[in-house]
Write a protein that binds this ligand. Structure first.
Ligand SMILES: [Zn+2]
Length: 425
């Protein structure tokens, strides 16, 4: 399957300037087209591509940008437009017309692999525009040092920059193409084989994804798993709020203001990295380490996670709503978690199923009685006198998801990865 490896690169100041120049020009071209389309012009990929010559005549500096990067701009816009048309056809309320890319964001540069034949050791040459029959070169080709080994046969390379000004190359590659007999590959440089864990073919594990505990699992042998999520977001949020309020009291663009902005960026990046790392580890644990071949989770799109604003809310309710929604949008990361789970399950030969999870928290798994379960109730106490079940709410929900998966009409393979969102297919 297709995977992506992101590697930090080191470039000279001059080369960094070339990257900045090229991304600014690509973004300019992209935004110029978005504005034209906003004004009602029809989108046609072929015609747009042909107009590049005119654009170059209008802005000769475009000649200093590598041509394939400019071509990618049209493909990128085409993708955005096609996605917009699709949303429109599906009758979405807010189909979301493609937007202009802001100046402070690095416009990712996509190099098709066949033009990147110059990797020697860990040095990659990224071409710039001009040269030979194309006229004088504004910038010499960029020589970037990769801080890790790149994959052997890759498809394309995307150059990006993070908020702190580090540059990266992301290599898209097919894992089945790796390690193929390559006469030049050194035996010592072979990738370390990942350890294989036993898989129980008939094993099933169902997970309830939550906020307090990232994932609570229940398997066919009656065992529970508890996978905790990232814990430090509260501490980080407090720090971030403090830094921001300090900064906002300074004069804009002053030295202290700029310094605090940098600190803010650094801390928020550290928070994001820690959280991503945590999600990666959790999804890896489920997809790789656990023995059960079938992994079941509830469909999150059916869950109402965000609290809507009420007409007459008290300040306390308002505060609570803010904290919670910030958590769901910024800190929880469970949507990214599901994506990681999807591809990791596919990669390790597991079967991921996403099933209807309506009422899985409200229902008692023993007697099927339903009762309201506000979020603060962490324990499920069944109100049915003949039952009287007392259980952790997430565990009860996981058992419900497990039982629902078993009760569902087969064949279960219909729900394998790849067709996750299309159960009717
Ligand atoms: Zn009950």
């Amino acid at each position: 399957m297709l995977l992506c490896k992101k590697i930090k690169i080191e470039v000279s100041d001059w080369d960094a300037e070339a990257l900045e120049f090229m991304q600014a020009k690509c973004r300019g071209l992209y935004n110029w087209w978005v504005m034209r389309l906003r004004n009602g012009e029809r989108w046609n990929l072929e015609r747009a591509k042909k107009s590049l010559q005119e654009s170059k005549a209008y802005d000769p500096e475009l000649r200093c940008v590598y041509g394939k990067l400019l071509a990618e701009v049209y493909f990128r816009l085409d993708k955005a437009m096609q996605a917009f048309f699709k949303r429109l056809a599906e009758g979405e309320k807010k189909p979301g017309f493609p937007r202009v890319k802001p100046r402070h964001q690095f416009f990712t540069l996509c190099y098709p692999a066949m033009y990147l034949d110059k990797i020697v050791g860990n040095t990659i040459v990224l071409p710039t525009g001009g040269g030979r029959k194309w006229g004088p070169k504004g910038y010499p080709n960029i020589v970037a040092h990769l801080t890790e080994d790149p994959p052997e046969h890759f498809h394309e390379v995307a150059v990006s920059r993070d908020a702190r000004g580090n540059y990266y190359c992301s290599f898209v590659y097919d894992d089945t193409e790796q390690g193929k007999a390559d006469p030049e590959s050194k035996p010592g440089k072979q990738r370390k084989k990942q350890k294989q864990y036993p898989i129980r073919e008939d094993g099933i594990v169902a997970f309830d994804l939550g906020i307090k505990t990232l994932a609570t699992g229940f398997n066919d042998q009656g065992r529970f798993y508890h996978i905790g999520g990232f814990k430090g977001y509260r501490w980080y949020n407090k720090q971030l709020d403090k830094i921001r309020s300090k900064r906002d009291r300074c004069k804009k663009k002053s030295r202290r203001y700029i310094h605090l902005s940098k600190v803010y960026k650094r801390v928020s990046e550290r928070k994001r990295r820690k959280q991503q790392d945590c999600l990666h580890k959790a999804s890896h644990l489920i997809a790789h380490r656990l023995a059960e071949r079938a992994v079941v989770i509830g469909d999150l799109s059916q869950r109402q996670m965000v609290i809507k604003k009420q007409g007459n809310e008290t300040p306390k309710e308002r505060n609570k709503r803010h904290i919670r929604n910030r958590m769901v949008y910024n800190d929880w990361g469970v949507y990214g978690f599901v994506q990681m789970l999807e591809y990791k399950c596919l990669r390790f030969g597991k079967e991921l199923s996403i099933i209807d999870e309506r009422d899985t928290t409200k229902m008692c798994h023993a007697c099927k009685h339903k009762q309201d379960m506000p979020l603060w109730k962490r324990t499920y106490r069944c109100e049915n006198e003949n039952c009287g079940l007392v259980m952790d709410r997430d565990e009860n929900s996981a058992v419900n998801i497990y039982q629902r998966f078993l009760a569902r009409p087969g064949p279960h393979t219909l729900y394998e990865c790849g067709v996750l969102h299309d159960p009717d297919a």
